[in-house]
Design a protein around this ligand. Structure first.
Ligand code: SF4
Length: 340
């Protein structure tokens, strides 16, 4: 693989989407790590707003069992309101267990228009009934009907931890039937409980990303449909590595994708670690060590600056962030290298 050590200016990169696993007290009970206080959460949002006005998705901690939900935080409405007041586009992504009528009324009163519902493990195939009519599925159907009736735009969040085309296709079919405005895929690790490195990242995210690109053409144009951390586009073979050129034979160009991690996308874990995404645990910085300054990490992280130097695909990012220096040189070394 060819690497670029181009000199880039970190100030040129602005986040457009940040997924933040805001955690609550149940996370503290499980891990001993205190969630951010309301004031600390506001400081994180202030620091994001110094950079740009991105969408901030207040997300569940998918890896918890059961997941920690943003609506479990008693101050979640204050956090949404504060983010909106400083120009951020706040979206709450919830399992929906706490999204009762009263809560929906409050959300509507503060001007929330879209709600993202996490549908993991609730949509399953049934030969006789189309969708398995499990208790969770029926509760999801009821919730979506209520949310829609209250006038909210529905978005669905679907964590993917293995490449099962049929299962993902059922999720997509469900989203279309429910007139969801969008379906957002989270590419998470396959075996999040495993301590063995080989079990992590074992499913081929790149294959999923390209499979999703092909499904896009079959769906209503107005539906948002994507892993949120990639950009699709035409890749010209001349720009590719030798081995890719060989395998493409006579094709001159093809649909490809680029990872947006560190360029316009970032992830904040429930513990306060800033990462490229939830699947890559490499720490770009910890908000607890920067006085809750996201912008300091965004500008100074060697990992972010490394991926900014290169137009990596998903698998290339995954391979190279783990490579030892000097193969993946840190950004300071890259600058030194360029200056000599
Ligand atoms: S490495 Fe990049 S493209 Fe792959 S899942 Fe993470 S953010 Fe998305």
């Amino acid at each position: 693989m060819r690497y670029s050590f181009e000199k880039i200016n970190p100030l040129d990169y602005k986040p457009r989407l940040i997924i933040w696993e805001v955690s609550c007290n149940c996370f503290k009970n499980k891990t001993g790590i205190k969630p951010f206080t309301t004031k600390e959460s506001f400081a994180v949002l202030d620091s994001i707003a110094e950079l740009s006005r991105p969408i901030v998705v207040l997300a569940s901690n998918y890896e918890g069992n059961p997941p920690c939900d943003p609506l479990d935080r008693p101050d979640i409405i204050d956090i949404i309101l504060y983010g909106n007041s400083i120009g951020l586009k706040m979206i709450v992504e919830t399992t929906g267990n706490k999204l009762n009528k009263d809560f929906r009324n409050v959300l509507r009163t503060i001007g929330t228009k879209s709600i993202r519902i996490l549908v993991n493990n609730k949509i399953k195939e049934s030969i006789e009934q189309g969708f398995e009519q499990s208790e969770e599925f029926l509760a999801l159907q009821k919730l979506l009907a209520e949310v829609k009736h209250d006038g909210f735009e529905i978005q669905l969040g679907l964590p993917i931890n293995k490449f099962d085309e049929r299962e993902i296709a059922y999720g997509i079919d469900f989203a279309v039937r429910k007139n969801a405005r969008g379906i957002y895929f989270h590419l998470v690790n396959s075996d999040i409980k495993s301590k063995k490195k080989k079990d992590i990242n074992q499913f081929d995210k790149e294959a999923v990303i390209m499979w999703i690109a092909r499904q896009k053409r079959l769906l209503p144009d107005e539906m948002y449909f994507s892993p949120q951390c990639v950009r699709y586009g035409i890749k010209h073979i001349e720009d590719e590595d030798h081995d890719v050129k060989e395998s493409c034979n006579n094709e001159r160009s093809r649909i490809g994708h680029w990872c947006l991690g560190g360029k316009t996308f970032a992830f904040i874990s429930a513990t306060g670690k800033v990462q490229i995404c939830s699947a890559l645990k490499n720490e770009c910085g910890n908000l607890r060590n920067t006085n809750f300054s996201f912008s300091k990490i965004w500008h100074n992280s060697d990992i972010f600056n490394w991926v900014r130097c290169n137009n990596f695909t998903c698998s290339q990012v995954q391979k190279t962030v783990d490579e030892p220096i000097p193969k993946r040189r840190n950004y300071t070394q890259i600058l030194e290298h360029l200056e000599h």
